[in-house]
Design a protein around this ligand. Structure first.
Ligand SMILES: C[S@@+](CC[C@H](N)C(=O)[O-])C[C@H]1O[C@@H](n2cnc3c(N)ncnc32)[C@H](O)[C@@H]1O
Length: 217
């Protein structure tokens, strides 16, 4: 972290993620407990919901070390993964040299290099850095880069209700990181109001997957 932006929410700088890049895969593979409990099941649900087919164009936002991007590439998709951490991108590119990885800061205007249309825009464990209003604004921006039958799939740290979130916060005490976790009961109405049909599946006590489609206009 650690600046505030003009919408007054804490902004994480890329340096923290640069420092995490080389040990990140060890952390996600450990899975047990907060925050990565259910990580591979979240990946599986994103794939199930996105239903990739060979030749589909996929954009993976906040790709990190490229794990989700690689799953889509393994299904024969044409994948672009983006991130604002140069070290995360370096690790991803070393692991998966056949995937197109590019720099993108999600809090900055959409880069012209990503001006194409995508069948699926996906993201995992990224949007909890942004408040709900910004999450919805990003979904709106993403929807303008979708093919007509396109879909957005977001897996992230997410709780069914604020009560569930508070229970986890109390349970983990000092080990809890205070970030802007999704709360399904607030997110689904906000997405609906913004013009999206969304479904949600809780995967572990702290993570879930949102499948989001624009209402036919
Ligand atoms: C917890 S990691 C998740 C990585 C990967 N998606 C996964 O599921 O393993 C969060 C990632 O989001 C990226 N990130 C955070 N804020 C970002 C922003 N404003 N723009 C682009 N990437 C961002 C970080 O650099 C990091 O790679």
């Amino acid at each position: 972290m650690n600046n505030m932006n003009d919408q007054d929410f804490p902004v994480f700088d890329a340096k923290a993620f640069d420092d995490w890049a080389n040990s990140y895969d060890t952390d996600i593979n450990r899975e047990a407990g907060f925050p990565f409990e259910g990580f591979s099941a979240v990946m599986n649900e994103i794939i199930r919901c996105a239903a990739p087919k060979p030749g589909m164009h996929i954009l993976d936002l906040g790709t990190g070390t490229g794990e989700l991007a690689a799953r889509f590439a393994g299904s024969g998709c044409l994948v672009t993964g983006t991130d604002f951490s140069s070290e995360m991108l370096k690790v991803a590119q070393q692991k998966y040299p056949f995937i197109n990885f590019q720099f993108q800061d999600l809090l900055q205007p959409w880069p012209s290099a990503l001006s194409g249309k995508y069948n699926r825009i996906v993201s995992a464990y990224v949007f909890h850095h942004f408040p709900l209003q910004k999450k919805v604004e990003l979904v709106q921006e993403m929807s303008t880069h979708l093919e007509p039958d396109g879909q957005i799939v977001i897996g992230d740290l997410s709780f069914g209700t604020s009560t569930h979130l508070n229970e986890a916060r109390q349970h983990y005490g000092e080990a809890w990181d205070e970030e802007l976790y999704w709360v399904k009961a607030e997110a689904l109405p906000a997405l609906k109001q913004a013009g999206f049909h969304s479904t949600y599946k809780q995967i572990s006590f702290c993570a879930g997957v949102y499948c989001i489609s624009p209402f036919p206009g």
